[in-house]
Design a protein. Sequence first.
Length: 334
Amino acid sequence: MVKESTPPNSRANLKKPPWQTVLTFFTKNYALLLVVLLLSETILRLLFGNNDVYPLGLDRRTAEETKSLLHTTTKMMQVQIEAVDRKIEKEIEDLRNELSERIDENDFFYGARLRDFGERVDSIGRSLISEERLWKDEFNKSIEKLKFKKGKDEGDFRLDEMKGYVKEMIEKAIDNHAADGLGTIDYAVASGGGMVVKLSEPYNLQNAIHLFALKILQPSFGEPGQCLPLKGDSGYVEIKLRQTIIPEAITLEHVAKSVAYDRSMAPKECRVFGWLHPDSKKMVLLREFTYDLEKRNIPLTLAYIASGFMVMSLILSHHRFFRLVKMSQLLQVK
C-alpha cells in the first residue's frame, strides 16, 4: 500500500540567522513603542489644546528614542550590507580565477593544435617545393634528351615533336608496368614457377605454409592487404626459383606509405641468402640491407657469386614486436 506523503512546511524548515531574528525583534518592539508614543502625543494635543504643554518631556524623549532606533537600525543594515558585499566579491573572485584557469587551458590546447597545424603546413610546403624541383629536373632532363635525339645543329624543336616524345615516354612506362612493374625477368614470380617452400610462423595460423604465402610472389596493384603476415618481430621466407640462376638483384616491395595503415608493419632489417639445393646446409649471404619506405621497389644488387642458386631465403625484422610483417606485393629475382 502506497501512502501519500504531504510536503513539509517550507516556512518551518527555513531557519533565519540569529542576527536577523534579533533585528526583527527590536524593530517590531521599537516600532510598536513609537506608535504608542505618537498616539499618546496626539491624545494630549486633543485634550489640552496646547502645543507647549507635554508631561515629562515627551517630545524630547520620543525624538531621542527615534533617533537612537534609526541609528541602530542603520548600523546593523550597514554591517549586513558589508558582509553581503564581501561575500559577493569573494564569489566574483572565485569565478574570475576559474574562468582564467579555463582560458589558460584552452590557450594551451589550441596553441598546441595551431603549432601542429603550422608544422604540417610547413612540411607540406617543403614537400611541394621539393616536388616542384623534381618535376623541373625531370622536365629539363626530358628536354635535353629530346634535343640530343633531334641533334644539336637542327635548332629548336616544334610542339608536335615534344608531344611525340611525351607519348613515347608514356608508352614505355605502360610497357614497363605491364612487364611486372620493373621491366625485368622475374624468376621468383609464382606464375612462372616460383614457390614458397618454408616460412616462419604465420600470424594467427598454425599451418606450415600460409594460405596467402604465394601472394608475396604475385604482382599486385599496390593495394593494402595483398600480403603475407608473419608473427613476431622477425621472420623468414624460403623461395624456390623456377630454375637455377646466378642472381643479380632482388626487389622487395611494401605497400606505399600513403595508403599503409601502419608504417611500423613494414620490414626493416633484411638479409638475403641463397643455396643450390633445398636440403643443403650451406647458405651464402647475398645481401644485407635496411628497407626504405621512401624508395620502395628499387632493385638491390646482390653480391656476385659464380655458382648458381635454386633456393632464396629472405630473413626480415621490423619496427615493433608482435606486429604483422607485410612483405612484398612484388618480390623479384633476376
